[in-house]
Ligand binder design. Structure first.
Ligand SMILES: Nc1ncnc2c1ncn2[C@@H]1O[C@H](COP(=O)(O)OP(=O)(O)O)[C@@H](O)[C@H]1O
Ligand SMILES: [Mg+2]
Length: 150
């Protein structure tokens, strides 16, 4: 488990870079996709973190929140991972809807890294063991607590 206490968006981005370094090292390699669930209130920093994480993995095109699209896919150039898939489950009505957009196959593909905002809303369609990154607001305006569980 990793714990971060950040006091600015920049701090949070640095955490995302550290996290990406670990992922790139490949220590988390699974049978299927490497799935990372992000939970935390609106504005707690999930997208900020994921954008930097994508950058650190070598994504060059701009990473924007997939809120209205549900999922976006980016190419990676990494020996283990070919794609990064960014999901925002906030507007998903039923978890089962994910399968309509081919999510079942993406989960099985071990060349994928899948990052999911509001992953707790689609827990039903996720494997039991995934990584979780939790965001909490602190007392100060720009204060955040970030926890990574493997
Ligand atoms: N320590 C911090 N870490 C991350 N974001 C922060 C922090 N302090 C302030 N912010 C601001 O909070 C907002 C977080 O938004 P966003 O990353 O879209 O959150 P989410 O995806 O969880 O809704 C941004 O406007 C960002 O600039
Ligand atoms: Mg977001």
């Amino acid at each position: 488990m990793m714990k971060f206490h950040t006091l600015s968006p920049l701090d949070t981005k640095k955490c995302a870079e550290k996290f990406a370094t670990e992922i790139k090292a490949g220590v988390h390699k699974k049978n299927g996709a490497l799935i990372i669930g992000f939970v935390g209130d609106l504005g707690s920093g999930k997208t900020t973190f994921i954008k930097k994480f994508a950058r650190a993995l070598g994504v060059r095109s701009s990473v924007t929140s997939p809120t209205f699209l549900i999922q976006k896919k980016y190419k990676l150039k990494h020996k283990n991972f070919l794609s990064l898939i960014h999901v925002d489950a906030y507007r998903i009505g039923k978890p089962g809807e994910m399968n309509r957009i081919g999510f079942g196959d993406e989960i099985k593909n071990k060349n994928n890294i899948i990052v999911i905002e509001w992953a707790d809303m689609i827990k039903k369609v996720l494997p039991k063991k995934i990584m979780w990154v939790t965001f909490k607001h602190g007392k100060k305006e720009n204060e955040r607590y970030i926890t990574v569980k493997k």
